[in-house]
Ligand binder design. Sequence first.
Ligand SMILES: [Zn+2]
Length: 68
Amino acid sequence: MNKDQNIYDVCGLCGLRSPYTIYHHIDYRIGYVEGGGQGCFQPQKCNEMRLSHITRLRKLEKIKTKIT
Ligand SMILES: [Zn+2]
C-alpha cells in the first residue's frame, strides 16, 4: 500500500485534519474553498473564520488584478 494515500488535507483555517486525503477530488469534498484550499469539514464550527478567510482571499485577488 502506498503511504502517500494516507496524507490527509487539513482545514486551512483551524488546522484540524479533514476526512479527505490530498488525492480526494475537490468536487467531492465538503468545505473546500476554491483557490483557498481545504476548509473545515464542519463548516458551522469555523464558519466565521471561513468568511473572513474568503474576504481576505478576495482582497488578495483584487491586489493581484491590480498588479497584472
Ligand atoms: Zn476548520
